[in-house]
Design a protein around this ligand. Structure first.
Ligand code: NAD
Ligand code: MG
Length: 403
């Protein structure tokens, strides 16, 4: 058997490490690790490269590059790339399967380079599809790339979505845990701390997506992601809150059948499904014991307390530059919340205000027809968000949380 050549973009993150965990458990000779990339965690990247005998590593942060060279000084067989262009080059190295698990729009260029290889691309980096969904899907078709959804809800839908019965598909449903603030009032959320927002009840994930789960912007981004992955209008993408995170996604057919995928809340299941696709592999996850779980609850999302879902729906309906603006503003707002510069409810308020300011902004590109437009929209929306947050900090009266 020839080993499958795999690369992992974002190898030191939560999804990257879960992917390497599965690869490390496979029979020797099953996989050959081509390239691993990271932003700045040189120590972890070096450790994974040695453990998995990677051929190449790339790190975006030049400072961390020095530490990476030192950490791999006894391993001249592993080649090293340093700087953002080196991450893109690593992504473009020939591989049979690539995991796109960089967080945020920072993943755009490397993910695109991997996609242009025309092979299987396991897609975790949802922000890429939010910013540039139509361009990514067109490019994937042009290059013959196969997109394998990794986000647990999209992977679930992918598993029960019968492409041959497209016309009989009425809707798809993404489940949401509801996050740590599912039962909190807006008043209580105003006071939410960083630690409160980072305490996710069911999933263990990177900081950005954990905050997005608390605001439910994660579900908003996922609605947009689903529209592109499954070629459906937003009206056919439903969300239901399901606190146990056991049912991940569902497809509703015209005959009344609702097909669902269930599993323990462990990313190794959707990752294994994408890694082995179209086959199946064993994953070391806790088996579901329904009699012990005993009950599964479902409730409608509360759009008043969680305006992020409404904002994302409005952005995908508006189309054009709106989803990219929404994403960039959210990334800056989340970063600012994590740095204790704004309060929790300011996140969605900031996104809404940047979307509104983007309309009359002379420096904002008006349309999105090439990847260069996406980079320009992303950069300008980040600037608008930074300016807005700086204003709010200098004028605390204007904060949502105090009004
Ligand atoms: P994380 O923060 O744990 O890891 C992010 C990875 O991206 C790290 O390896 C980091 O080094 C790399 N990275 C960050 N900025 C970079 C840059 N500028 N250049 C190059 N590399 C950079 O994030 P995560 O939780 O693993 O999430 C990764 C992606 O997967 C996100 O888009 C997230 O929404 C999605 N996702 C994650 C989970 C999960 O369980 N963690 C579930 C579903 C979807
Ligand atoms: Mg998800």
């Amino acid at each position: 058997m020839t080993p499958r050549r795999v690369s992992i973009l974002g190898a030191t993150g939560s999804v990257g490490l879960a992917t390497l965990d599965l690869i490390g458990r496979a029979e020797p000779g099953t996989y050959e690790v081509v390239a691993l990339t990271a932003r700045s965690n040189a120590e972890e990247l070096a450790r994974q490269a040695v453990r998995h005998k990677a051929a190449h590593v790339a790190i975006a942060d030049p400072q961390a590059g020095i530490a990476l060279k030192q950490a791999l000084s006894d391993h001249p067989e592993i080649t090293i790339g340093i700087g953002e262009p080196a991450v893109v080059e690593a992504a473009a190295m020939p591989a049979d399967w690539t995991m796109a698990a960089i967080v945020g729009a920072a993943g755009l260029r490397p993910t695109l380079a991997a996609l242009q290889q025309g092979r299987a691309l396991a897609f975790a980096n949802k922000e890429c599809l939010v910013c540039a969904g139509s361009l990514f899907m067109t490019e994937a078709a042009r290059c013959g790339a196969t997109l394998l959804p990794v986000d647990s809800e999209h992977n679930a839908v992918f598993q029960v979505f019968d492409g041959a019965q497209r016309s009989a598909i009425r809707s798809i449903t993404l489940t949401a845990s509801g996050g740590p603030f599912r039962t909190w009032s807006r008043e209580r959320m105003m006071q939410a701390s960083r630690a409160d927002a980072l305490a996710h009840p069911t999933w263990d994930m990177g900081a950005k997506i954990t905050i997005d789960s608390a605001s439910m912007m994660n579900k908003g981004l996922e609605i947009i992601e689903a529209c592109w992955l499954f070629d459906l209008p937003p009206e056919q993408v439903d969300v239901v809150v399901h606190p146990q995170s056991i049912v991940h996604g569902m497809v509703e057919y015209a005959d009344g059948s609702l097909l669902a995928q269930l599993g323990s809340p462990d990313m190794r299941t959707p990752i294994a499904s994408a890694l082995a696709w179209p086959e199946r592999m064993a994953a070391p996850v806790e088996r579901l014991r329904l009699a012990e779980i005993a009950r599964l609850d479902f409730e409608a999302p509360d759009l008043e307390r969680f305006p992020a879902i409404r904002l994302a729906r409005e952005a995908i309906k508006a189309g054009g530059i709106a989803p990219a603006v929404l994403n960039a503003a959210n990334e800056i707002a989340v970063e600012s919340f994590l740095a204790d510069r704004i309060r929790f409810l300011d996140i969605a308020a900031c996104v809404e205000e940047v979307l509104s300011r983007s309309h009359g902004d002379a420096d904002m590109p008006r349309s999105l027809s090439a990847f260069d437009d996406v980079y320009a929209i992303d950069a300008r929306a980040r600037q608008l968000a930074r300016d807005l947050i700086a204003d709010r900090i200098s004028d605390p009266q204007s904060r949502t949380t105090s009004s």
